[in-house]
Design a protein around this ligand. Structure first.
Ligand SMILES: [Zn+2]
Length: 552
């Protein structure tokens, strides 16, 4: 630029190069010499970005961007590494999981003896009589080939009550002292919608308690979390997410306490991902009364949709299906709320300007939820309501057409095929071609997202890519090959589509000038990787708002 052209003319001459309106602004940081996959149609691949005040000030070729730098500015050479927009997990339970990681024993272990050892170790550090709590236990993932028994738990921890949550969240396992403290004995009847399991031969309690019978424990276990504990939980999970390249996550079953925890963590500098905090329908009246609706907040903590629940779960085989589970001819799964209840709460939220996100897994659950959404739009049409179908697992052509017509957003499980392969046989090979149906969604022009549902599912974005692209589990079984998508599509699903699901597509989800500086630097290029090793691609660094949230 020594030929007399002004800087403005120089910039104007570069076709694919645009500058954020604050032209006089100087970059604070430049990342250059990268292979930057932007997910922006106008400028799909770049070499360098300039960042200022947490946003991309410029995205382009090395020379273009470096030219903006004042002397002495911080420049980082990416060494040709691949950069993607930061990943957006559109449905998980991070604040609540963080709290569990803080206080509970992580029972995601591969043998009953390893679980026993972990419980014993925890109990040794606690005064006798106090509850030993565990989570993320999965009956299908231990090498023993049988579930945890009450005898296993009594042997491991005899003098503390023990309570272990199944990873899916619908069943718990307790020892004898735990059952006693919860007021459960051999004669306790099953509550409506719940089950206290007995050994079929001896009639004695098995220690396993399902669905609404879990309430016995909710009343008996003192949950004495302080405000600080909640903030610490967000801090802990923040680090776990950042390590995998996640820069935004939806708290899919949030409540006002979670909203406060997110604000506290932001204020203390511990919040490392942008939170879109759903609010459970039980709190909707108070929220509406306070004048709050979806979108309230800022780039870091935002009020999300109101959450409703229509049917059961995939991992624990309680989703409501039109055709019964394989080998269980009378089992169609369960409906959790009635259509009328969904409509009543939905209408209240819809009229108050809230987005609605309804948990709907089975085809019957999705059909019911769509009927409610269609009715809301028919009676009180709203511009761009972006109704969400949380999970939206089992679809058919009619459901796809209605989702498209409504402009609704499905958030299917991204890592289930890969990680929960052993549970897929309950649905059968043919049905799997209509589950987690990204190919069908994308072909219909529906903007489906990446979603882990952590703790039930793993949240690692590279695992999501592998699962969605290969439809293959860890043992090599292929489940629903018709639904395979490409790596590029999977990245789009995990970035820009996630931003759209929270009305933030103009703010994040791609690497473009003016957008938030959220990105991930990878050890290898997923677009050149063998799809069956995508999960092994290392995350080297994660950035949110121009700040490194993880560096390996
Ligand atoms: Zn969930």
């Amino acid at each position: 630029m020594n030929d007399g052209t002004t800087r403005r003319e120089f910039l104007g001459s570069l076709a694919a190069f645009t500058l954020f309106p604050l032209e006089q602004e100087k970059p604070e940081l430049i990342l250059h010499n990268g292979h930057i996959v932007t997910m922006s149609a106008a400028n799909p691949v770049a070499e360098a970005v300039a960042i200022s005040r947490g946003r991309f000030l410029a995205v382009g070729k090395n020379t273009e961007v470096i030219n903006l730098a004042a002397p002495g500015i911080r420049k980082i050479d990416l060494g040709g590494k691949t950069v993607l927009p930061g990943f957006i997990d559109a449905h998980s339970h991070p604040a609540q999981a963080g709290l569990s990681h803080l206080r509970m024993v992580d029972c995601d272990l591969r043998s009953i003896s390893a679980i026993q050892a972990a419980l014993r170790e925890r109990a040794a550090k606690m005064p006798a009589g106090e509850w030993v709590l565990g989570f993320k236990y999965d009956d299908t993932k231990t090498e023993d080939g049988r579930p945890l028994s009450i005898a296993d738990l009594d042997a491991a921890v005899p003098d503390h009550p023990v309570h272990i949550e199944h990873r899916g969240g619908h069943t718990v396992y307790a020892n004898s002292l735990g059952l006693r403290k919860a007021g459960i004995d051999e004669k306790t009847p099953d509550p409506p919608g719940g089950k206290i399991e007995h050994d079929p031969t001896t009639g004695k309690l098995s220690g396993r308690v399902a669905e609404s019978a879990q309430d016995f424990f909710d009343k008996a276990i003192p949950h004495s979390f302080t405000r600080d504990d909640h903030r610490e939980g967000v801090k802990l999970i923040s680090k776990m997410l950042a390590k995998t390249g996640i820069t935004s996550a939806t708290e899919a079953q949030g409540n006002p306490t979670d909203l406060r925890a997110y604000q506290d963590a932001r204020d203390s500098g511990d919040l490392l991902y942008r939170a879109y905090c759903f609010i459970n329908y039980r709190f909707i009246d108070a929220m509406i009364e306070a004048g709050v609706r979806t979108g309230f907040g800022d780039e870091w903590v935002r009020v999300g949709a109101m959450k409703l629940v229509c049917d059961g779960s995939i991992s624990e085989r309680t989703a409501r299906l039109s055709v019964p589970y394989e080998g269980r001819p009378n089992d169609f799964g369960i409906l959790v709320m009635t259509e009328e209840e969904l409509y009543t709460y939905g209408r209240k939220a819809h009229l108050a300007g809230w987005q609605i996100g309804t948990h709907a897994n089975g085809d019957v659950g999705i059909d019911t939820t769509l009927r409610v959404y269609e009715r809301l739009q028919r009676e009180d049409p709203r511009h761009d309501p972006r109704f969400r179908l949380e999970h939206c697992t089992l679809i058919n052509d009619d459901l796809i057409a209605r989702i498209k017509a409504l402009g609704a957003i499905p958030t299917p499980f991204s890592t289930y095929v890969y990680y929960h392969g052993e549970k897929m046989r309950y649905y059968g090979a043919e049905r799997l071609n209509h589950m987690f149906a990204l190919r069908s969604f994308l072909d219909a022009g529906i903007r489906a997202t990446q979603a882990s549902d952590y703790p039930p599912g793993e949240f690692i974005p590279m695992m999501a890519l592998q699962s969605e692209v290969t439809r293959t589990d860890t043992k090599g079984n292929v489940w629903g090959p018709h639904q395979k998508i490409t790596v590029e599509e999977a990245i789009r699903v995990g970035t820009i589509n996630g931003a759209y699901a929270s009305y933030e597509e103009n703010l994040k989800g791609s690497i473009e000038t003016g957008k938030l500086a959220d990105l991930v630097v990878l050890g290898r290029d997923p677009l050149k990787e063998n799809p069956s090793t995508l999960v092994t691609i290392p995350v080297e660094r994660t950035m949110a708002g121009g700040r490194w949230t993880f560096e390996s």
